[in-house]
Design a protein around this ligand. Structure first.
Ligand code: FAD
Length: 267
């Protein structure tokens, strides 16, 4: 199988650098083909601006969504973005690897998403009707492929537990897992998270490396997070509200969109 790792750390000799090497080595040992997009090393441009749309007339107002749609359809996105889109289409699995910075991904990786996940490719796909609300949340261009996060965090695992002060890690990563990866169709796997990363040392490398190797060996067999599919009956269209009766009564928040009960989806 083919695996793309999008790696966002400025220092190759970092803990993240070591984890990346371990992951790549194990994936290759399993016979997979691996490509790495090393965003800092490649000098990735992280902000969306006019330069992303070379065919936009000089005096034309930039409406980013419209410009993205037009450029994707016309094939006039910039060559760096087109190359990443090709890699995403090539890969059976996508891994985003990054240190948790201010409770989310570093800006350079967010900028990769902003620029590469173009209209018509990652969003704005499919029909909107009384039956469907576009091809998204489990459907879309990248459906049938898998994605997962490799994340390092300074905080303790307990700090990210259900009652931890930082908020549960699944909630913090929900906008990435559900909003960025599941949205264009990926089956999203539980993340691989290394906690207390700043105090990491040789004594922890062995077990962490073995766990990571195991996750790489099971990349194509691990059960994805059972997010609810948008168009499969769990949501009312067009309000896109979860149907009454699904989820715990009175519950709110991200957890509602994980189908731990079977929902009305047939999966
Ligand atoms: P490094 O700094 O490279 O290394 C960490 C430790 O691991 C060092 O002690 C190093 O010696 C050791 N190490 C490195 N390589 C190896 C190896 N091969 N074998 C054994 N030991 C090794 N944390 C949070 O929890 N929440 C946040 O919101 C958050 N926000 C942050 C915002 C910013 C701007 C920054 C800079 C940090 C933030 N942090 C936060 C902490 C951050 O998540 C950690 O600094 C990061 O995850 C550590 O990963 P690294 O790859 O940068 O580690």
């Amino acid at each position: 199988m083919k695996v793309l790792i999008v790696y966002a750390h400025p220092e190759p000799r970092s803990l993240n650098g070591a984890l990346r090497e371990i992951a790549v080595k194990e994936l290759m040992a399993q016979g997979h083909e691996v490509q790495v997009s090393d965003l800092y090393a490649d000098g990735w441009k992280s902000q969306v601006d006019r330069a992303d749309f070379p065919s936009l007339a000089r005096d034309e107002r930039l409406i980013t969504v419209a410009a993205s749609k037009k450029a994707f359809e016309a094939g006039t996105l910039t060559s760096d973005v087109k190359a990443e889109i090709e890699k995403l289409l090539w890969a059976d699995a996508l891994i985003l690897q990054f240190p948790l910075w201010w409770f989310t991904m570093p800006a350079i990786l967010k900028g990769w998403v902003d620029r590469v996940f173009a209209y018509g490719f990652a969003y704005g796909v499919g029909e909107h009707s009384d039956r469907r609300w576009g091809d998204r949340y489990g459907e879309g261009t990248l459906a049938g492929k898998r994605a997962m996060l490799i994340v390092t965090a300074g905080g303790w695992e307990e700090h990210y537990a259900a009652r931890g002060v930082n908020g549960p890690i699944d909630d913090l990563l929900f906008p990435i897992n559900h909003g960025i990866l599941y949205y264009p169709g990926y089956d999203v796997l539980p993340p691989f998270v290394v906690y207390r990363a700043d105090g990491f040392d040789e004594s922890r490398l062995g077990p962490v490396a073995e766990h990571l190797r195991k996750r790489m060996r099971t990349l194509f067999t691990t059960r994805p997070i059972p997010y609810r599919q948008q168009n499969a009956g769990d949501y009312l269209i067009p309000s896109m509200q979860l149907r009454p009766g699904l989820g715990d009564p009175g519950a709110t928040g991200f957890g509602l969109h994980v189908d731990n009960e079977g929902g009305v989806n047939e999966r």
